[in-house]
Design a binder for this molecule. Structure first.
Ligand code: NCD
Length: 327
């Protein structure tokens, strides 16, 4: 007797969308123009509503995400995992240090990616080298999402940062954005600055000399005719900033740790400093924080950094659904 089939495949598949993100890598923020940003934000807002009402859906059932992290992570990895789980997909988590994977046997990034794509529908990669996400994307036939490549870019963080600004202030135009901290090595600053170029924003960059924003980013701002201020002192911007985007000094990127010691405690946002800020200013941080924001600031309603964390899950739900052709 013929054995009955284990599976039937007659379920309707949702109609494929032709959106620009379907089957695409997300490597750099230069891929995103305002219409595409609006689309991602629309999907993310829907994801939030769905999450608040029913917790999760079946949208990505049967899909597998591999999280491949060559650098430490709390929020980025767990928000991608949460995003996938809320949409009923599954995750191969290689986030506990690649020392437990074949990377420690000398496997190349190329071969690791070619292997993991055999099991997965999408790979999220964090890597200490600038450009690694591009190399992975060239090796892979499935979408690669850049979750941070050295001091290069962090596009999904920049999208969630921008989404947070929009949520908190209701607009992306007419704002004075002050970036504070490690503007040299902070990849979140590099990506967010480029996204903000699309909007009517005045920029202030606050850092010690050693950690100034690199010239290529500064030149982009000048080419776009943006108003840009640079200063060493938070006091110069606190009264006029609408957004205070504070970052950690990126210790792991310093080749000379004595230089790190010199700048690590350069600035610290305290309730005293916040008393000079606008009533409707918001303070953001990609986290983790070390000493740059006093914990007493957390209870200030203008402190948006934990709301920003939650927005990260919604943006990543939207991006996963989009690249997998379900949004
Ligand atoms: C940032 C990163 O990894 O670049 N963290 C994050 O993804 N939220 C910022 C940092 O590590 O300082």
């Amino acid at each position: 007797m013929k054995r009955p089939r284990l599976f039937t495949f007659d379920q309707p598949t949702p109609s494929a969308t032709t959106h620009r993100l379907v089957d695409q890598d997300i490597v750099a923020v230069s891929q995103f123009d305002p219409p595409l940003i609006d689309y991602v934000f629309d999907v993310a807002a829907e994801m939030r509503e769905m999450h608040e009402r029913i917790g999760g859906t079946d949208l990505l059932r049967g899909k597998v995400l591999t999280c491949l992290f060559y650098e430490p992570s709390t929020r980025t990895s767990s928000s991608f995992i949460a995003a996938m789980e809320r949409l009923s997909g599954s995750v191969i988590p290689i986030t506990q240090g690649v020392q437990f994977s074949s990377v420690s046997k000398g496997e190349t990034l190329h071969d690791t990616i070619r292997t993991l794509e055999q099991y997965s529908d999408v790979i999220v990669l964090r890597h200490p080298e600038t450009g690694a996400a591009g190399i992975a994307a060239a090796a892979a036939t499935i979408p690669i999402i850049n979750a941070g490549d050295g001091a290069g870019e962090h596009p999904t963080q920049a999208l969630l940062d921008l989404f947070t600004i929009k949520q908190e202030r209701g607009t992306l135009d007419g704002l004075h954005v002050a970036m504070v901290g490690d503007l040299r090595y902070g990849r979140t600053v590099h990506s967010l600055t480029q996204l903000l170029l699309h909007y009517d924003v005045e920029f202030s960059f606050v850092s010690p000399e050693l950690l100034r924003l690199p010239l290529p980013y500064m030149n982009q701002l000048k080419a776009a005719n943006k108003t840009v201020h640079e200063t060493y002192n938070v006091a110069d911007v606190i009264g006029s900033a609408d957004i205070l985007y504070v970052t950690r000094v990126q210790k792991e990127r310093f080749s000379d740790l004595t230089q790190y010691e010199e700048v690590k405690d350069y600035y610290r946002v305290t309730p005293e400093i916040m008393s000079h800020a606008k009533d409707n200013a918001i303070i953001m941080h990609p986290l983790p924080r070390v000493n740059e924001i006093d914990v007493r600031v957390d209870s200030d309603p203008r402190a948006a950094y934990f709301r920003q964390v939650k927005n990260g899950m919604y943006i990543r739900m939207a991006l996963l659904a989009a690249v997998l052709g379900k949004a």
